[in-house]
Design a protein around this ligand. Structure first.
Ligand code: URA
Length: 440
């Protein structure tokens, strides 16, 4: 086969065969094809699109370009969740121990934050000593013994995606539905879960800004999962404003701990319960938790009784973290400078722009511009207001946690763009817009 022929066929609008896709991905991953030919194919896909069959074949080829985890010997049926990324989205920190506390094993590999979107690994590292670098055998042992393990990637999952994503970044081919869907799903499929809940965010602080685009992406990913033999549910959730109140690594860990102590912001708690309920539904496989109400009843009990927190504490201990920080969140990294940002006027909150809040937190040092940047675990924001709230002049809109005076001043300026107000009542934003179920 010749790369130029595969590129030409896609350029001319033909559907690529499975053999062509597998050959191209394998050759590129091995280093046998140059970046310029892979770039040309990416652009042809960007312009011509891909059918469902091609997208599935591309996803499976990328998933099989490296290690494909099979955890069936350790935990039987395994369930995973994936969030398309957002501001204040610390859901995994609560959902995974909560689901595991219901007896459903979770062995998850998470990632780091990039841009204004946070990452679970950075949040976990707010707990001193927590080890995100497990070997394959440690990962398997903890999955088997504790039914809960949460680390970075062990082994090499979907290396083709790593190479192609770097090319997409510099060839203007990132915003392309089949490429986004295959990129995300290749990593999920390689990570070995039988059931996957996708939390596809939409709005100002998300990759997809409209409901229509988010629905299209979610449907493609559900279809890929189903065709690859996975049980799938996708939820479409709001990311116009931050989820919960805390944005920044240690602050988000503290908020997750508050939630596991039965408290925390109402929207965050509700989001965790709903995503967890979908995970239980998948794991129940038609026998248990078929009814959402049953699932939610059990999850609420596990959250409020401290069972989820106990599971989280076990996770931290097993991965070398300092459990005193779980018991006493005031021991988490603390910022030196803490100041409030208040409302200059009274009114109804019309906008709490998620992307501005995310950028503000990232500029304080909580996020990274490039993969090699380090993060300041202590800094970030607490934003206690939601769209639709009535606030009076002088009310606290945000608390800023900083370690640098100049960054604190820049954060104040950025926050000036994040909030808008209306004299008239403003409807609240929904937490969820829709749910898509994959049928096998
Ligand atoms: N996240 C991914 O992993 N891949 C994409 O293409 C976009 C978002």
């Amino acid at each position: 086969m010749r790369a130029v022929d595969v590129i030409a066929r896609k350029r001319d609008g033909h559907a690529l065969t499975r053999d062509e896709i597998v050959w191209f991905i394998d050759a590129y991953t091995r280093g046998d094809l140059p970046d310029y030919q892979a770039s040309a194919l990416l652009m042809a896909i960007f312009l011509r699109g891909m059918s469902r069959e091609e997208t599935v074949n591309l996803t499976v080829a990328m998933a099989q370009s490296g290690d494909v985890l099979d955890l069936s010997a350790e935990i039987g049926y395994s369930v995973d969740k994936h969030s398309s990324g957002g501001v204040g989205d610390k859901t995994s920190l609560v959902v995974l121990p909560l689901v595991a506390a219901c007896g459903v094993p979770v062995a998850k590999m998470s990632g780091r934050g990039l841009g204004f979107s946070g990452g679970t690994l950075d949040k976990l590292e707010a707990i001193a000593g927590y080890n995100v670098h497990l070997t394959d055998s440690e990962f398997r042992r903890l999955a088997r013994e504790n039914g809960l393990v949460l680390s970075g990637q062990s082994g090499e999952l979907a290396p083709a995606d790593g190479k192609l994503y770097a090319l997409r970044d510099v060839t203007a081919t990132v915003p392309c539905m089949p490429l986004i869907a295959s990129s995300i799903m290749s990593k999920k499929i390689a990570a070995g879960a039988n059931g996957i809940v996708l939390d596809v965010k939409l709005g100002r602080g998300a990759f997809m800004t409209t409901l229509e685009d988010a629905r299209t992406l979610a449907q493609i990913m559900v279809d890929i999962g189903v065709d690859a033999g996975r049980d799938m549910i996708a939820v479409l959730s709001d990311m116009n404003q931050p989820l919960g109140e805390a944005v920044g690594n240690a602050l988000e860990m503290a908020e997750a701990l508050a939630c596991m102590n039965g408290g925390g912001p109402a929207d965050f708690r509700e989001h965790c319960l709903q995503v967890s309920a979908y995970m239980l539904q998948l794991a129940g496989r038609g026998e248990k938790w078929v009814d959402m109400e049953d699932a939610r009843r059990e999850l609420t009990e596990k959250l409020d009784s401290g069972a989820a927190l106990a599971k989280f504490r076990q996770l931290v201990a097993a991965q070398g973290g300092d459990v005193r920080m779980v018991d006493d969140p005031s021991l988490l990294p603390q910022a030196r400078l803490v100041e409030t940002y208040t409302a200059a006027q009274s009114g109804y909150v019309a906008q709490v722009a998620a992307e501005e809040i995310g950028i503000a937190s990232s500029e304080l040092g909580a996020g990274r511009e490039k993969k090699s940047d380090s993060v300041d675990l202590a800094v970030g924001l607490n934003v206690p207001v939601k769209v639709g709230d009535r606030v009076e002049a002088g009310a606290v809109l945000a608390t800023i946690y900083a370690n640098d005076e100049a960054k604190l001043a820049a954060c104040r300026a950025r926050l000036g763009r994040a909030f808008t107000f209306s004299d008239q009542p403003v409807p609240r934003l929904p937490l969820f817009y829709d749910t898509l179920y994959g049928k096998r």
